[in-house]
Design a protein around this ligand. Structure first.
Ligand SMILES: Cc1ncc(COP(=O)(O)O)c(C=O)c1O
Length: 398
């Protein structure tokens, strides 16, 4: 057996189930704010496309995807991130089956010098990055994103010795769980560092389409690369998905885009990995990337929920509105595990303790004393959950 498998931590939800195991909630009607699974309706026209194209399942798909899909993604990227037409559907874009598998397998494709290489990742973080580091033979290095810095990374605080060993840095913008968006200036600084120390920036942007101000969408890594004159996106790769944007988590459709050399190597890797997107999903994905109306409507539902929930909680606790994404990252007045356990026992609401999403690094655990709430349930459920959380916080008599 691969000994590195032993290094993989239980998934946060396993820890959560154990935490809740011997509680019997006092209130009827469980509300889960713990899992980040979109729950709004999938677009009808995408479902119709799937139905209409079912017959195409009798063919093997190309790993590279059909040209029409890569073109639709290219056009979407150009529209969304104001890229120029140097972005090329042949060289810069590859469909993947959701960002999770791609974030994981990408590390296996690019890591060399196995004994000394580091993969940098935010802390708290999406656990797949850590698994990718362990199973590619690299060592994870956690850079903290703390309240004092608006839950953003401070790239200049990372030591030169670390940069020298860094082969990949994962960034997550908008962040899960923090909701913080890395600015174009910070991205530009990171690109400068990537050129100086020759590492790859892997930017997980799967929440980029869930934001609150229609005039101010989160910036992306390729947009920042273009602004710095890095128009061939050297050392930069982005990960996008229809899961959150279009409420299609079950379709497993996403893409990676960026540095042509990395895309070429990753395509080679993927042909062996055998992870081509099914033809029906490719066709349905074209429809989804070509439409923005359903994405705007989706955002409007989140705006409504965030306004309502923050409004309720604000009277009992300081709530930081996220820059984007669908999570509230709440600094708790008591230990996060106690908060989550007692909230479940007293109010039948499940939230995720922040320390399940983080590790100790640099002497602190930045997920401690935080909980993550995913506002994915319908508005009325989110409002009920917020009122119950308010009651629980009031019961703490702080
Ligand atoms: C930060 C982050 N990245 C990636 C993913 C994977 O999403 P998908 O594989 O559906 O694109 C998730 C899912 O919750 C996530 O939270």
């Amino acid at each position: 057996m691969n000994p590195d498998l032993e290094k993989l931590q239980p998934y946060p939800f396993e820890k959560l189930n154990a935490l809740k195991a011997d509680s019997n909630p006092l209130v009827e009607g469980h509300i889960a704010l713990s899992i980040g699974e979109p729950k709004h309706d999938a677009p009808r026209f995408v479902l119709d496309s799937i139905t209409n194209n079912l017959g195409k399942i009798n063919r093997y798909p190309l790993t590279k995807g059909i040209a029409e899909l890569r073109l639709a993604i290219r056009d979407w990227l150009i529209r969304r991130f104001k890229l120029t037409d140097t972005l090329d559907a042949e060289q810069h874009i590859l469909p993947v089956n959701g960002t999770r598998e791609a974030l994981f397998s990408f590390a296996h494709c690019v890591i060399d010098d196995k004994n000394d290489s580091l993969i940098l990742m935010p802390n708290p973080f999406y656990q797949i990055y850590e698994g990718a580091a362990f199973l590619s033979g690299a060592t994870p290095y956690f850079y903290n994103t703390v309240k004092e810095n608006n839950y953003l990374p401070d790239f200049d605080a990372i030591d030169e010795k670390i940069w020298k060993r860094c082969q990949i840095i994962y960034i997550c913008t908008p962040g899960n769980p923090t909701g913080s968006v890395i600015s174009k200036q910070q991205l530009a600084r990171l690109i400068e560092l990537a050129q100086e120390y020759d590492f790859i920036i892997a930017s997980d942007e799967c929440y980029s389409e869930i934001y609150f101000d229609e005039q101010n969408p989160p910036t992306g890594l390729l947009e920042a690369a273009q602004a710095t004159g890095n128009t061939d996106f050297k050392n930069c790769i982005i990960f996008h998905s229809l899961s959150k944007r279009s409420n299609l988590p079950g379709m497993r459709s996403g893409f990676v885009a960026g540095d042509a050399e990395l895309i070429k190597a990753y395509l080679k890797y993927r042909t062996y990995h055998g992870s081509a997107m099914p033809p029906v999903h490719q066709l349905a994905s074209i429809e989804a990337w070509n439409d923005e109306t359903h994405v705007q409507n989706n955002r409007a539902l989140y705006v409504e929920k965030f306004d309502a929930v923050i409004n309720i909680l604000d009277s009992v606790i300081k709530v930081k509105s996220p820059d984007a994404g669908f999570y509230l990252w709440l600094n708790t007045p008591v230990d996060d595990e106690i908060f989550a356990k007692d909230l479940f026992a007293q109010q039948n609401v499940t939230v995720l303790p922040g320390s399940y999403l983080s590790r100790e690094s640099d002497g602190i655990n930045p997920g401690k004393d935080h909980i993550r709430m995913a506002l994915v349930a319908p508005l009325d459920e989110c409002i009920t959950a917020a009122n119950r959380i308010k009651q629980y916080i009031q019961s703490l008599n702080l």
